[in-house]
Design a protein around this ligand. Structure first.
Ligand code: ACM
Ligand code: ZN
Length: 753
């Protein structure tokens, strides 16, 4: 036999194999399991095979080709599959659907119907979210992907779904603002409320007033460094256009009459006193605001707004209106003259006059005014929309009066608040439907990202995933909202955020520390436990002044704390190590062996700081005075009384207090330390007088006041912190009560055996 003949079957096989089509490479499967916000109606047909998308042919209505121009690359950002038989993606204009509503069907082809380009764009967003999250990464999904066959009918509950981005406290780059807009678009949010002017920085170029950005956009930080930046008109046009391509409206906020120190730094004559003031580098509410009596103020603002309107096509312009102290107006002859000539009753009505005048000017230029709920004070201007932030009463009042409202109460919508105050479940639990009735309307809501504590690199970790929850609250009807189901979808959504390189943060506080006092020894036993799903890590106690832990424990394992220091944690979530994991300042000390600890002041409901035992629980406060560890009183003294079952030997007693004069928190005027050598009537005492507690002091943070006791034996300890009195005349809150904050009385010494 011819040797070649022997191999004929094999040869045939090779020939056949070489001429046949190679089997298509496997492609990733998309799903409806990661849709956020959840559509109103969704029916997945699992009886039919998934649609294989290996190439796409787009059919867009000609009148929408511009407004959907980014769709092809945007829907499949990794590049749409190419080279095979295409699947048609047909976008059709039909009448009768809600403004941003759409229908989407996936069968043998893909069809989206909408009555507006915005609706079509939201439908395309759903299509994007149906594709595998991997497709978000450049060059992934090159070979295509599969989509479940399904039908969706969808429309948002609210027409205004926004994020406030404060680029004033910390400047943010143009590219970053665009990335924020991308995130909003992914979540079908439609409004970027861009907070552009503030005390600490003016961020928008105004041709007629160049000093606004030459001077007002820059501040000198406490360490001497400069912080600042501003957007040129070209930058702004670019951002507005970028948002418009994603069917997002940018609403600028130009704050007045308060939060205007940066403008006053540039043009001091716009204030009541004319005093030259720097752009402040600290946070808070400042008493220097625009003069309401001087016509020059209105001429200035009208010119600024003229240039603003040229840049922003939005129907609404936000003018702030919040937190405007009236002390300057009370003392200003021009403002008082205005009150008289306009027959106003007081400074609140003067504020209403101010806002009303700006509102009329905007109306004459075809725009509508939004202001924070303070614009209700002294009378709400006609047609003004109220953004309710101090709870929801402002919204209720507005709609009762026939005005519209936007909801962003601090209770659920402040993403600058720590997770301990507002976590994702709380955001998800927001019920905008609770505000209803009245001739006015609730337009929708916003989550707010104030940036005092959010430089650009931290913004996304504060915004997400809480804003993902908020997007669903604003879009999906209440009967369809279910937190457990949302969490499941979020797990898929995280992969997409990873693909988009959105640096999301956590859903809630990742870990908690439980502590127990061993009252026999005074040692503190701490246990760190995960408090959020998917979190792993370890903890260790690092004594003050050392770099390394003296003990390390797995989460859930007890750890002994001796002396003062911090429990450090190392936390991992979704393959990422947390950059700034929680730390818990603690102190194991002999005071913890006290049989009884009694406080002699009323617990403030906002700052109960651990309750009755809070000043003697070994748990110290952090630099964040709202961390729940600090106990505070307003206008009154603080007292702590410790009693021991057996005498202790005391070397010294230290009390830790907090100072932040901008927040009205001052040093005590006197700290009185007492210890009883017989447990009842024999007391020794020492006192510390902080120097000039009411003098201006920029230093914010923790102070320690100590008394040496010299090894005396004692059965009881008393500490009294004297309130220094009212806020002094130089202070923005002059005559208001001052706050005292304390977190612990640390007793250094030992038990007597
Ligand atoms: C605000 O948070 N001051 C509106
Ligand atoms: Zn004035």
């Amino acid at each position: 036999m011819n040797p070649a003949m022997k191999h004929l079957p094999l040869l045939l096989l090779v020939l056949v194999a070489c001429t046949a089509e190679p089997p298509p490479p496997p492609i990733p499967m998309g799903s409806a399991d990661g849709l956020i916000p959840l559509p109103v109606e969704l029916a997945v047909d699992t009886t039919r095979p998934p649609l294989q998308v290996r190439a796409v042919k787009w059919y867009l209505p000609t009148e929408w080709t511009d407004s959907l121009a980014i769709a092809p690359n945007w829907v499949f950002p990794g590049g749409e599959p190419k080279g095979a038989e295409p699947v048609d993606v047909r976008v059709e204009r039909v009448d009768g659907l809600a403004k941003e509503g759409y229908t989407l069907s996936i069968g043998e082809n893909i069809r989206i119907e909408a009555s507006t380009a915005a609706g079509a764009f939201r439908g395309l967003t759903t299509l994007r979210q149906l594709a595998p999250p991997d497709c978000e990464r450049f060059d992934r999904c090159r070979d295509g992907f599969a989509l479940p066959q399904l039908t969706i009918a969808d429309a948002p509950s609210y027409g205004h779904r926004g994020l406030l981005l404060d680029v004033c406290r910390h400047f943010m780059e143009v590219e970053f603002v665009e990335q924020v807009i991308d995130g909003l678009a992914l979540h079908k949010m439609n409004t970027l409320h861009w907070h552009l002017t503030e005390d600490q920085g003016w961020r928008i170029a105004i041709d007629a007033y160049p000093r606004l950005t030459e001077v007002g956009a820059w501040r000198t930080e406490a360490d001497g460094s400069q912080h600042g930046g501003f957007y040129t008109k070209d930058d702004i046009r670019r951002i507005v256009a970028y948002a418009a391509e994603r069917h997002i409206t940018v609403i600028p906020e130009i704050e007045l009459p308060g939060h205007s120190r940066a403008a006053l730094a540039a043009y001091p004559e716009l204030g009541c006193t004319g005093e030259e003031l720097p752009v402040p580098n600290d946070w808070g509410v400042f008493k220097d605001i625009y003069c309401a009596g001087d016509e020059a103020t209105f001429a200035f603002l009208e010119q600024v707004l003229t240039e603003v309107l040229e840049l922003f096509p939005s129907e609404y312009i936000h003018i702030g209106g919040d937190e405007a102290p009236k002390v300057r107006w009370e003392a200003c002859a021009k403002c008082q003259n205005r009150i008289a000539t306009e027959h106003l009753h007081d400074e609140h009505e003067l504020q209403s006059y101010f806002i009303g005048r700006i509102g009329e000017w905007l109306a004459a230029h075809g725009r509508k005014l939004i202001g924070w709920d303070e614009i209700l004070d002294g009378g709400l201007p006609d047609g003004a929309t109220v953004q309710s932030w101090r709870g929801l009463d402002g919204a209720r009042q507005a709609i009762a009066q026939g005005n519209d409202a936007i909801l962003s109460p601090t209770s659920h919508c402040y993403l600058d608040y720590p997770l301990a105050a507002t976590d994702m479940e709380e955001v998800y639990g927001f019920e905008p439907e609770a505000v209803s009735g009245g001739p006015g309307r609730v337009l929708g809501g916003e989550v707010n990202l104030w940036s005092e504590h959010a430089p650009q690199h931290l913004v996304e970790s504060k915004v997400y995933p809480r804003a993902s929850a908020f997007a669903e609250v604003m879009w999906t009807p209440p009967a369809r909202r279910n937190f457990t189901d949302f969490l499941d979808r979020l797990d898929v959504h995280y992969d997409r955020l990873d693909g988009m390189r959105i640096d999301y943060g956590l859903e809630t506080v990742p870990v908690v520390m439980e502590s127990q006092i061993d009252s026999a020894t005074g040692t503190l036993v701490a246990v760190v436990e995960p408090a959020m799903r998917g979190v792993t890590g370890i903890a260790g106690f690092v004594p003050t002044g050392q770099d390394c832990p003296s003990s390390v424990a797995e989460f859930g394992e007890p750890m002994v704390v001796e002396g003062e220091g911090e429990v450090w944690t190392e936390v991992e979530h979704r393959f990422r190590v947390l950059m700034d994991p929680p730390r818990f300042p603690v102190a194991g000390h002999v005071g913890l062996t006290a049989a009884r600890a009694t406080i002699g002041h009323d617990l403030n409901p906002y700052y109960p700081g651990g309750g009755e035992r809070g000043l003697n629980d070994g748990l110290l406060g952090s630099m964040d005075f709202r961390d729940g560890r600090w106990q505070a009183t307003s206008g009154t003294d603080m007292h702590l009384h410790l009693r021991f079952d057996a005498p202790i030997e005391i070397d010294s007693i230290t009390v830790r207090t907090y100072r932040y004069q901008n927040a009205w928190i001052f040093d005590p005027s006197l700290i009185e330390f007492m210890w009883s050598t017989n447990g009842s009537d024999v007391w020794e005492a020492a006192e510390v007088r902080p120097p000039s507690p009411l003098a201006p002091n920029d230093e914010q943070g923790i102070a320690r006041w100590s008394a040496a006791v010299g090894g005396r034996r004692a059965w009881a300890v008393r500490v009294t912190l004297k309130n220094p009195g009212r806020c002094p005349s130089w202070h923005d809150a002059a005559t208001e009560p001052t706050w005292l904050f304390a977190d612990e009385v640390v007793v250094h010494g030992r038990q007597v055996r």
